[in-house]
Design a protein around this ligand. Structure first.
Ligand code: NAD
Length: 497
């Protein structure tokens, strides 16, 4: 029996965790490391081992890329009519939807995510697959060109085998954002999940086989970043690559792809700001930002981590935030009463605590102390919410912490607010809070980032492009019609008349 203390596991989850070694999937069949190398994946809420997972090597990654290209070249997948491919993708979405509580429980255990939120991530995956499967059926792939003396057109073709590397914060949701447009366009995929959270990707590979996707269309290669991740991103057989994770690793992936001239999308970290004007409902804004910074324990790339507040409401705003953050119920992610679970691992816990120390020693005030949180009966990786304040040049205001920590600063006028918000190397997402919509649009458009939200933070309707600029990414982003076009290459055909 799987040993997850005091958790009522779904029978399918128990059976999954009871397996001796969780394999990867390549060409529709399970695969393990040829030297039997493995790694353990832990429950961040208890520190206990959940499962042993195969650690695939460069040799198996090579097999996976070849299997994906073979599926592209030799199965019906790339050439089938978009409505037939769409029907298969909807079948996959149906199967994921039917298993959403199983995948949600696996994901909650693996990522330390509040269980209801993990199930929500699975529903988001389903919606993403359906969104792109439907869109691909309605797009004209051939466009006639008006050129004197020639008959000419462009036609959009899928690329072939596409590689994907994902982080641990939204493992299943991000797989959907990544692979849905690639698959809907007729490509095949190789997925490298994060070491901390491989289970939902492995479950997906098994469902893909069950619903009858051609063998090799979805391949999943669990393994470490430096071995499996590096082997995938430097594989010359890939036709496209997509990486979601830190800027540090993003640079390595970008370099490797550059050497092979493989087009790459990088979705990287952030240091988002919330700019709060003096005409807001202070209590309501504090409530929403306290929720944002504690959502998934602050491990959200686009989080509002710098709160830039008009000086006339600064003290009231801080008081309202303190009242809320001090009351957040920190607990085991599988318990219904918990509002905020653990961070993903010991290293992440140390990172959060380290930034509180570094921020303080470089001059920031600790407005809310933070620190290690203890949860009765659980030896997991818990931290308390924290608030810092001071100069926005402080290390804790400049670098991504990835925990429930916000940095406060005040401003006098609109120009100063914009200057503060743009004082960052990142360029992912910011929000503007005001009841003056004219000002909201003006400030939103002045921020040096790829996404601006108004009177809300973390807003992702399908159809609105989401990506990063500067240190937050390059190559196009996700979740919109443009993303689907990224997964087709355009070729021209011309005949002199
Ligand atoms: P990370 O960069 O450490 O790891 C991400 C992935 O890269 C993992 O699968 C890892 O195994 C792999 N990897 C590690 N070393 C590698 C190497 N040498 N070559 C190839 N792959 C390698 O990031 P993380 O800690 O898992 O995730 C947190 C980061 O992800 C944060 O910076 C966060 O902001 C970012 N993120 C961005 C988005 C977005 O959409 N922009 C979404 C989620 C997370």
């Amino acid at each position: 029996m799987a040993t997850v203390s005091n958790v009522e596991l779904l029978p399918e989850v128990s059976a999954f965790l009871d397996r001796a070694v969780l394999p990867g999937y390549v060409g529709g069949a399970p695969i393990t490391n040829s030297n039997n190398e493995t790694f353990d994946t832990l429950d961040p809420g208890s520190g206990e081992k959940l499962a042993t997972v195969t650690a695939l090597s460069a040799e198996e990654v090579d097999t996976a890329v070849k299997a994906a290209q073979k599926a592209f070249d030799q199965t019906s997948w790339a050439k089938m009519a978009p409505n037939e491919r769409g029907a298969l993708l909807h079948r996959l979405a149906d199967a994921v939807d039917q298993h959403k509580h199983i995948i949600g429980q696996l994901e909650a255990l693996d990522a330390g995510k509040i269980q209801a939120q993990a199930v929500g991530d699975v529903s988001n995956f389903v919606a993403t697959i359906r969104y792109f499967a439907d869109m691909a059926q309605h797009i004209q792939r051939r466009s006639a060109l008006a050129v004197a003396g020639h008959e000419a057109f462009t036609v959009r073709q899928p690329w072939g085998a596409c590689g994907f590397i994902f982080p641990w914060n939204f493992p299943f949701l991000l797989i959907g954002w990544g692979i849905a447009p690639a698959l809907a366009a007729g490509n095949t995929v190789v997925i490298k999940p994060a070491e901390d959270t491989p289970m939902s990707a492995i479950y997906l590979a098994e469902l893909a086989i069950e619903v009858g996707l051609p063998e090799g269309v979805i391949n999943v290669i669990p393994g470490t970043g430096p071995e499996a991740g590096a082997a995938l991103s430097s594989h010359p057989g890939l036709k496209r690559m997509s990486f979601t994770g830190s800027p540090e690793v993003g640079r390595l992936v970008g370099e490797a792809c550059g050497r092979n001239l493989v087009p790459v999308k990088l979705e990287l970290g952030g240091k988002g700001a919330a700019v709060i004007f003096d005409d807001v409902d202070v209590a309501d804004t504090a409530e929403k930002l306290a929720q944002a910074i504690t959502f998934h324990t602050g491990q959200v790339c686009c989080d509002a981590t710098r709160w830039i507040v008009h000086e006339s409401i600064y003290n009231k705003f801080v008081d309202e935030c303190l009242t809320r953050l001090q009351k957040v119920q920190i607990g085991y992610q599988m318990s219904d009463s918990s509002q905020m679970g653990p961070v993903v691992n010991k290293k992440q816990q140390e990172r959060v605590l380290g930034y509180l120390e570094k921020g303080k020693s470089s001059g920031a005030d600790l407005v809310l102390e933070g620190g290690v949180a203890s949860v009765e009966g659980k030896n997991g990786f818990y931290v308390k919410p924290a608030l810092l304040a001071g100069s926005l040049d402080n290390v804790a205001a400049q670098e991504e912490i990835f925990g429930p920590v916000a940095y406060l600063a005040s401003f006098q006028d609109e120009a100063e607010a914009i200057q503060h918000a743009n004082n960052t190397e990142y360029g992912l997402a910011n929000s503007v809070w005001t009841s003056n919509l004219e000002r909201a649009y003006r400030v939103a458009e002045s921020l040096s980032a790829a996404n601006s939200w108004i009177n809300a933070h973390n807003v992702f309707p399908h159809g609105v492009p989401y990506g990063g600029v500067n240190k937050s990414g390059l190559g196009g982003g996700v979740n919109s019609v443009e993303t689907l076009f990224d997964y087709w290459r355009s070729m021209s055909v011309v005949r002199p008349l």
